[in-house]
Every structure is written in C-alpha cells, then in structure tokens.
Design a protein around this ligand. Structure first.
Ligand SMILES: Cc1cc2nc3c(=O)[nH]c(=O)nc-3n(C[C@H](O)[C@H](O)[C@H](O)COP(=O)(O)OP(=O)(O)OC[C@H]3O[C@@H](n4cnc5c(N)ncnc54)[C@H](O)[C@@H]3O)c2cc1C
Ligand SMILES: *[C@@H]1O[C@H](CO)[C@@H](O)[C@H](O)[C@H]1NC(C)=O
Ligand SMILES: *[C@@H]1O[C@H](CO)[C@@H](O)[C@H](O)[C@H]1NC(C)=O
Ligand SMILES: *[C@@H]1O[C@H](CO)[C@@H](O)[C@H](O)[C@H]1NC(C)=O
Ligand SMILES: *[C@@H]1O[C@H](CO)[C@@H](O)[C@H](O)[C@H]1NC(C)=O
Ligand SMILES: *[C@@H]1O[C@H](CO)[C@@H](O)[C@H](O)[C@H]1NC(C)=O
Ligand SMILES: *[C@@H]1O[C@H](CO)[C@@H](O)[C@H](O)[C@H]1NC(C)=O
Ligand SMILES: *[C@@H]1O[C@H](CO)[C@@H](O)[C@H](O)[C@H]1NC(C)=O
Length: 640
C-alpha cells in the first residue's frame, strides 16, 4: 500500500470524533524509564527496538521474575491513541509514528524513490501495518530448514509458535462465497489443530462486506481458483476471507504494544526506555568471539550506555538491524572502512539479501450507487452514521479492513506455454547466479513456480479508490504482487552518523524473470476486472489507462506505477556464514558470543504471506530458546 493511498484513506476519516479511552491494563501503567535510570541498571537481557518482535520477545523474557529485561525504543508509546488503534485511521506518513524512510532511486522503475513506512513507536510496524493476518504455506517454512541447518525452523517447528501468539476468533457466520457447508464443517474440524486460541494477538474476520468483494471472489472461483477456508493450515493458496488482527470487542488494532507490552507493563523486572535511539553495541575489548556488554543510545542529543550481563538482542527490524550491526563494527569490512568504522568482525552478509514484495495496481470506477469504502469520503451523512455505529458497537466500516486476499500459483495465471517460457528465463538467470545463498533460494523458488506447491503472487482487493480518487466517485482496486521475486537488494549505512538513515536499495525489477512475471500479473488483474459478475459493477477502468495495450506500454505503466508491499526481509539472514548468512540457527550473530537478532531480517528466503504473524512466531520461538538456555550460546560463553 503506498503512502499516497494511505493518506487518501486517512483524509477520509478526519470526521472521526472523540475516542473513548478504554480501561486497558496499560492505561495508567506505562512503566517506562528515564535515560539516566536506564543507564544505571544492569540487564540480563537488553533488547534494542520495541517493535513487533522486540516487544513480544522482551515481554516473554520478563515472565521469568529472576531476570531483568531492558527494552530501548526510539519512538513513543501510543496505546489508546486512536490514530494507531482505530482500524480506519493510520499513522503512516506522520513523523510522530513513522520513520519516513525512502529508498534510493530504483533504476528499473524510472529512478523513482519509494516511501518506506516503518513504525516508530512501541509496537513498531505492528502499529501502522494493514492488519492482514496470515501464514504462508508449510513448504515455504520448510524451505528455511537447509538455510538454518535445523529442522526446528520448518513448519512443524514453527507451528506451535504461530499458534502461541494468536487468539483466533471464529466469525459468527462466514458470508464468503465458495464456502460450502461441507468446507465449513471440515474447517471447523481442523481449526483446533492449526489455529491458536490463547495467544495475545486477536485474529478475527471483518463483520461487514461489500458486494464488490463477493463478485471479485466469484470471478476468481470461475477461473478455477478455489476459496480456501483454512489458509492457516499449511496451504495458503486460493481465495481467502482474510483474518485481521482487529479486536472486535474493542474495535481496535491488536498489536504488540497493547497486548504483549500491556500485559507485562507492571512487571518490576521489565524496564522500557522510550524515545531513545540505540547507536551502537559495545563489546568487551579484545574479546573473540565478541562479547556484547551493552548498548549506546542517544536521548536529547546526549549519549548514554546501558549494560547487558547476558545478552544483547537486536530487534530493530529489516531496515535498522543491519545498520546497527555495521555501526557496531560487524559487516563487510570494506564498507565499514569506507565510513571510518573499525571492523571488529568481517561479515559481508550484513545488509545483503534484501527481499521485498512488489505490487502493481488496476483500478476501476464503479457505477453510481455501488457501495464502497469511498462512501466515507463522499457522503458525510453516511460517514456520521458509521461513526455512530463505531461509537456504539465498535463495529462497522471504521473497524473494518478490506476482506479479500488471494494467493495464486504461477499456473493459476499463465498458460502451460507461457509457464515454459517464464521458467526458461528463470533458468537462464539462475544459471548465472554465483552466490550459494541465491542458488539455494532459486532451487525452492523454481519448485513453487513449476509445481504450484506455493503461491507465486498475491492479489489484494481494495474496495475503494487508491489512486487519485475523484470527489463523489467510487472505485474498486486490485493490487497484485510477486511474493517470490528474483530481485534482491541491500541496506547499508550511508554515513558513520548513527542518526543518518541507511541507504535502502530494493533493486526492484533487476531481473528479467520478475519483469515478465509482473507483466503477467498486471494482465491477469486487468482480465479479472473485465469479467462478470464483477464487471457488472464497473463504469470504467481508470488505471492503467485502457489505451495502454501492448506489453511495452504496460511495462512503462509498471515503471511509473508499481509500489512495494512493505514486507522487507532477509538483511541479517539465518544461513551458514559462508553462504552470506549473518545469524546461526540460535539467531546468534556470527563472530559474537551473545548478540542475537530477532526480527524480520533473519528470514532467509521470502514467504508468500503477510509476515507479521511469522515475526511474532520468530519472537516466541526465540523467547523459548533463550529461556531454555543451553540452546543458544549465550549461557555458556558469558557470565551473568
Ligand atoms: C505500511 C505497512 C503495512 C503492512 N501491512 C501488513 C499487513 O497487513 N499484514 C502483515 O502481516 N504485515 C504487514 N506489514 C509488515 C509487518 O508489519 C512488518 O514486517 C513487521 O511489523 C516488522 O516487524 P519487526 O519486528 O521486524 O520490525 P518493526 O516492527 O518495524 O520494529 C522495529 C522497531 O525498532 C525500533 N528501532 C529501530 N531502530 C532503532 C534504534 N536504533 N534504536 C531504538 N529503536 C529502534 C523501531 O522504532 C521499531 O519500533 C506491513 C508493514 C508496513 C510498514
Ligand atoms: C501527526 O500526528 C500528531 C500526533 O497524533 C498530530 O498531532 C498531527 O496533527 C499529525 N500530523 C499530521 C500532518 O497529520
Ligand atoms: C480471545 O478473544 C476473545 C474475543 O475477543 C476473548 O473473549 C477471549 O478472552 C480472548 N482469549 C484470550 C485467551 O485472551
Ligand atoms: C490449496 O488450496 C486451494 C484452495 O482450496 C486448492 O485449490 C489448492 O489445490 C491447494 N493447494 C495445495 C498445494 O494443496
Ligand atoms: C564488500 O563490499 C564491497 C564494496 O561495496 C564489495 O565490492 C564487495 O563485493 C563486498 N564483499 C562481499 C564479500 O560481498
Ligand atoms: C448518503 O448516505 C445516506 C445515509 O446512508 C443516504 O441516505 C443517502 O442517500 C446518501 N446520499 C447519496 C447522495 O448517496
Ligand atoms: C456529490 O453528489 C451529490 C449528490 O449527487 C451532490 O449533491 C453533490 O453536490 C456532489 N458533490 C460534489 C463535490 O460533486
Ligand atoms: C543457563 O542459565 C541458567 C540461568 O542462569 C542456568 O540455570 C543454567 O544452568 C545455564 N545452562 C547452561 C547450559 O549453562
């Protein structure tokens, strides 16, 4: 979702009135520290970055009353702030909530720089994300096993943690088309074994739906793409009525701050420092492997040091974890030296292997009277009614997101001969790959494409205008993205000033395979928009301009219009060191005794899913690993 879109959505909801502060466990107990107090303490575990993973991990670690846990977060706490918690609102694009990063110009996309929203608050990106909740297919987690050299990093090892973070709430009735009574019975039978019911993050369904949602699902069903009633069961493919992390009782976003943090905010062994930016990990002088002793951080222009007795854990996310490693002397030595940073350990994989989902869009203006989310923007009476519904019931459109996602295999959208041509391009590019990491990734990716064991692309239907919506008009948009792209980028420091953002280069469409695939995805989206019963609702296709017909014209539309999915992973990959890995299967950084990474950056090969639940699962697994000692190296190599 682009900032432009989100801003349009946010503007639509300026009508939102008074927010009733709920009596959340957290309301009056933000047990947070001052910089001076924090620097005086000595922590068993010091976690850097209070985002999705960092809050979940630190809260779990603090469950052991015999250990002291410190958490450093650059942003503020926004629990009970409607901008974060009302599903219809968003902090994206606002410096009070968002780091507002931008990428370097993308050479294959008209030199455009992409906005990279990242949550800057307790809760991190879980406080600004789109609230789609889901998992990838089991084979996509099993693909991590050879990278980790550890069976516990596959589907069966992660499933207990995917369940542990989750509180699944069954919809009272699922109105989605394609769900037969038989399917529903089967799902109900399987649910208890795959979903989680005692976790902290609520996974629920929308309670309002648009006709346009059903009709688009019908079109996909007619093309042979089935509705998947159990997308969490290990097969994520098909049309789904997506889960959302929205607490339907309170009508609020359920994210790491108002769940994991709030349920532990009163713990006396849990110390959270807000509005503090970590700048460097400190190591014991001359230690080999390096022993992390603490973290430097800046508050109000002043530098402090917090002390860690057992471990330092980086949870600063895919963008900033590699930045912190490099600032601390761990990374590609020649890059560090070029910025005057003394290399402590040469680890060239740091910041490499950046993988992102890239999307294209088609948008249709719908006929007068067809209801969409645009009503909130166009009709003040309607918006006021929805506000009333929200105030009284915590439901309605202000507590809803878009409902329909579809994960499609390559075979779902191309003919056998097109498939053969695409695989031919894939194979030619793969033959030129030299990095062992890329080679191993390609082996799995080719399998997904050729045998359909996992999705190659995702479609998201937005029942609203996303691009230049005209006043009083209503729209439906579909974005489609590659979930297993060939193009990989990098993130490196751009300065030795730790407060300067890193240089993020997604390197989008650097692969001919990706270019041809995104073209096929765009053609498929245009095709489904023209198919009944969905097309019965359509007045005119606004994007791409219907006059664009040839491949060349459509590709030029891609260059000027493609956007990113905000699912960046991989910059501190869990893989063998000589493959370009940064952490081992205990998530310990190579060359160190007690520095771990726990966030989206450890994912070695991307997955076809919205990634937040996977990141919570990584945090839950890491918490167990650390609590159980022994499994990590920290216990045996450092003293408390
Ligand atoms: C706009 C957007 C929409 C998305 N939509 C969805 C969706 O619908 N569904 C889904 O599943 N996923 C979605 N995602 C992806 C998902 O939310 C993220 O991948 C995930 O939240 C990342 O978790 P993380 O713990 O790796 O990093 P983050 O949650 O980003 O946490 C990193 C934290 O570290 C802090 N930090 C960074 N550097 C420092 C420092 N030097 N010192 C102190 N603190 C620091 C940051 O402030 C932040 O709080 C979306 C992401 C975005 C940005
Ligand atoms: C950004 O958020 C802050 C805090 O909620 C708010 O006061 C401010 O008006 C917002 N700015 C914009 C441009 O929306
Ligand atoms: C899960 O969510 C439901 C509905 O919001 C709530 O009633 C229940 O208490 C939650 N369960 C747990 C374990 O928090
Ligand atoms: C996954 O589920 C979809 C929808 O039900 C189905 O069409 C597809 O064949 C399944 N894929 C696999 C690999 O089982
Ligand atoms: C390290 O960085 C330099 C400079 O960007 C680059 O030329 C080199 O290939 C990198 N080394 C490795 C092993 O990636
Ligand atoms: C605006 O919404 C109200 C309330 O739903 C409805 O009665 C009215 O007809 C709408 N106006 C227009 C112009 O569609
Ligand atoms: C929107 O449509 C309504 C009803 O058709 C009309 O009264 C109103 O003037 C229109 N507003 C704009 C900005 O065009
Ligand atoms: C790990 O640390 C715990 C807590 O300090 C201790 O009880 C346990 O014996 C240690 N385990 C190993 C393998 O050193």
């Amino acid at each position: 979702m682009s900032v432009r879109q989100v801003t349009a959505v946010a503007v639509a909801f300026v009508l939102l009135r008074v927010w009733h502060v709920s009596a959340a466990a957290c309301a009056n107990v933000p047990r947070t520290s001052t910089a001076v107090d924090f620097a005086k303490l000595s922590f068993d575990y010091l976690v850097v970055g209070g985002g999705t993973a960092g809050v979940a991990l630190s809260a779990r670690l603090a469950e052991d009353p015999s250990v002291t846990v410190g958490l450093i977060e650059a942003g503020n706490i926004h629990v009970n702030d409607p901008t974060v918690e009302v599903p219809a609102l968003s902090g994206i694009g606002n410096a009070s909530y968002d780091w507002l990063f931008t990428s370097v110009p993308q050479t294959h996309l008209n030199d455009r720089s992409f906005a990279i929203p990242r949550g800057k608050m307790l809760g991190g990106s879980s406080g600004i994300n789109g609230m789609a909740w889901g998992r990838a297919s089991s084979v996509e987690y099993d693909a991590w096993i050879p990278f980790a050299s550890d069976n516990s990093w596959g589907w069966s090892g992660l499933l207990p943690y995917l369940r542990k973070c989750e509180n699944y709430t069954l919809p009272p009735h699922d109105p989605f088309p394609g769900i037969s009574e038989e399917d529903r019975e089967r799902a109900l039978h399987d649910l208890p074994h795959v979903d989680g019911f005692s976790g902290l993050i609520v996974a629920s369904h929308n309670d309002v739906y648009f006709d346009a949602t059903f009709k688009m699902a019908n079109v996909l069903n007619d093309l042979g793409i089935g509705t998947n009633v159990e997308p969490q069961s290990g097969n994520a493919s098909g049309v789904t009525n997506t889960l959302t992390n929205i607490n339907r009782v309170e009508g609020k976003r359920s994210y790491s701050a108002n769940t994991y943090y709030c349920s532990h905010a009163g713990d006396t062994n849990y110390h959270v420092l807000l509005n503090a930016q970590a700048t460097k990990v400190s190591f014991a002088k001359g230690s080999n492997p390096l022993i992390a002793t603490g973290v430097q951080f800046v508050v109000g222009g002043k530098t402090y040091t917090a002390t860690a007795r057992r471990e330092v854990i980086l949870s600063a996310g895919t963008i900033q974890t590699p930045q912190l490693l490099e600032l601390s002397g761990i990374g590609n030595s020649s890059i560090l030296q070029s910025f005057g940073i003394e290399p402590l350990f040469d680890l060239p994989g740091v910041g490499e292997n950046l993988q992102e989902h890239m999307f294209v869009l088609a948008q249709w203006q719908v006929k007068p009277g067809v209801p969409t989310f645009d009503l909130l923007r166009n009709n003040a009476t309607f918006a006021a009614k929805q506000q009333k519904i929200y105030d009284e019931t915590r439901g309605g459109l202000l507590a809803a997101t878009d409902s329909m996602l579809a994960f499609l295999t390559l075979g779902d959208i191309v003919s056998p001969s097109e498939m053969a041509a695409l695989l031919d391009i894939f194979d030619k590019e793969a033959a030129a790959a030299t990095s062992p990491l890329t080679k191993l990734q390609n082996r799995f990716r080719r399998g997904y494409f050729a045998d359909g064991s996992a999705a190659a692309l995702e479609l998201i239907e937005w029942v609203r205008g996303l691009v230049n919506p005209a006043p009083n008009e209503s729209y439906v948009s579909v974005i489609g993205g590659m979930v297993h792209p060939s193009s990989k980028g990098s993130i490196h420091i751009a300065s030795n000033n730790p407060l300067t953002p890193p240089a993020v280069d997604f390197n989008l469409l650097s692969s001919e395979f990706d270019t041809q695939l995104i073209l096929q995805i765009l053609k498929f989206i245009i095709k489904i928009g023209g198919q009944a019963p969905f097309s019965d609702l359509v007045q005119v296709q606004t994007d791409p301009d219907p006059s664009l017909q040839t491949d060349e014209e459509l590709l030029s539309y891609v260059s000027s219009g493609a956007s990113i999915g905000h699912h960046s992973v991989g910059t501190a990959a869990m893989a063998p060191k000589d493959f370009g890995g940064v952490v081992d299967n205990t998530l310990t950084v190579y060359g160190t005794a007690n520095l771990r990474v726990v966030d989206a950056s450890i994912i070695p090969i991307h997955i076809g899913a919205h990634i937040q639940s996977t990141i919570y699962a990584i945090a839950e697994k890491a918490a167990d690993m650390i609590k159980n000692g022994g499994y990590g190296r920290s216990n045996s190599t450092t003293s408390a």
